[in-house]
Design a protein. Structure first.
Length: 419
């Protein structure tokens, strides 16, 4: 016993010296040491969604932590180049049924955080499962210093908004109108999680938490909102999140702070959108479901590209530190991963190249940059922008590395693909 205890103390001392040396100055500017915590991989646990009925306070209560409770099994450090660090913040997309060689190369060299899949990438469950196995094999390359699962995601909201066959079959609107809406939201979340999990995906860009204002508007026309009542949207969104994450798939609440006031023609994918909603209405209606989602432990939040003059006069939310840092992180207390909407959106046409947009989003506090144009070069341009911003000081190094830690914490908490 005494000898084992002494050896344990000696090992701890040696590890402390090694870790201290890794954090010292003098590292070449093209690389940095990023801690990667490897955790026991298991589905998120939750005690169920909270009730938010009657809550209208403009001061959000402090939610519970969004960090998944896991036991640390091993802690290692991986030295990433500036380019690899930049790549670890980019989600790529591609055309057709077969991932291109360029994407596989990026993954093998540690220059990709993950991939988003669209309907055109899927012909059957067996086909997309084989694709995901190919991506995971690339990630397992000895050239890749990141030993964490890729983020493999899609939009499986329900109803018309599904990239894959199968659950959830009902739209959010149909669930919200049902007599057993709470149970329906739970079934939808569980179904979405089981569906994605079975083919190897680990992130769902759902649920939509927008609180629609009028019948037939942007969200309602495709059944993408649970309700006009923010309390109902809060409870059903939280139920979906809890069930989906219990199934082992990370949920994404979107589109913060909310697109519920958008008319049928106000589509940020196509054009700039300004929503003239008062700060009070934003906080008591649109943001209310996010407080419930954060309390339920939601892992990611997608921020919209609409402009909200009550929060930031002329900047899309996903490029605004007042929205990302001020509202989402500081006011609501979200500690998880932020992800942009599609970087190629028409709402950003006045904001320059993919490189420039990626830099602006990172400056605002966005963690992951979603490149959805189905063109690998778009993701590479975003990576170029992040890399140059990191090296020339345009981007805060401490903020950059904080984003990487959040992303790595998410990735190491998700199970890798299983047959």
């Amino acid at each position: 016993m005494k000898r084992a205890f002494a050896l344990s103390l000696l090992a701890c001392a040696i590890l402390s010296v090694v870790l201290a040396a890794a954090g010292c100055g003098g590292t070449a500017p093209s690389s940095t040491t990023v801690p990667v915590t490897r955790t026991t991989l298991r589905p998120t646990t939750t005690s169920g969604p909270p009730s938010t009925t009657g809550s209208t306070s403009t001061t959000a209560p402090k939610p519970t932590s969004t960090t998944t409770s896991t036991s640390t099994s091993t802690t290692t450090t991986a030295t990433l180049s500036a380019r690899q660090m930049a790549g670890q913040r980019v989600i790529y997309s591609y055309r057709g049924l077969t991932p291109p060689a360029e994407l596989l190369s990026l993954i093998r060299h540690g220059e990709a955080a993950g991939v988003i899949f669209f309907a055109e990438n899927v012909s059957s469950n067996a086909q997309i499962r084989a694709v995901i196995q190919t991506l995971e094999q690339a990630a397992a390359s000895p050239q890749n210093p990141v030993g964490a699962p890729l983020l493999l995601m899609t939009d499986q909201e329900g109803g018309k908004m599904r990239r894959l066959p199968g659950e959830p079959l009902l739209s959010e609107k149909q669930i919200g109108q049902a007599d057993d809406s709470g149970a329906g939201a739970t079934r939808a979340g569980s179904g979405a999680g089981s569906n994605l999990r079975a083919i190897g995906m680990n992130v769902n860009l759902a649920p939509v938490l927008d609180v629609y204002r009028r019948a037939g508007n942007f969200d309602d026309q495709n059944g993408r909102s649970y309700s006009m009542n923010p309390q109902v949207a809060s409870e059903l969104g939280a139920a979906f999140i809890a069930a989906e994450q219990q199934a082992g798939v990370a949920a994404t609440a979107k589109h913060f702070p909310g697109l519920g006031a958008a008319t049928s023609s106000q589509d940020t994918d196509l054009r700039p959108v300004t929503l003239n909603v008062s700060r009070q209405s934003l906080r008591t209606v649109d943001e209310l479901p996010y407080n419930a989602a954060i309390t339920a432990g939601v892992r990611l939040v997608m921020v919209s590209w609409a402009v909200y003059p009550a929060l930031d006069a002329g900047t899309p939310a996903g490029l605004s530190s007042a929205v990302v840092k001020g509202e989402l992180r500081e006011r609501l207390g979200f500690q998880g991963v932020t992800i942009t909407d599609a970087l190629e959106a028409g709402a950003l046409k006045a904001f320059g190249t993919s490189q420039h947009r990626a830099i602006l989003a990172a400056q605002a506090g966005m963690d992951l940059i979603l490149c959805g144009s189905r063109d690998i070069s778009q993701g590479e341009l975003a990576m170029d922008g992040l890399e140059s911003g990191y090296l020339d000081g345009t981007l805060s190094k401490s903020m950059f590395q904080a984003s990487l830690r959040r992303i790595m914490d998410l990735r190491t908490s998700l199970s890798s693909v299983k047959d």
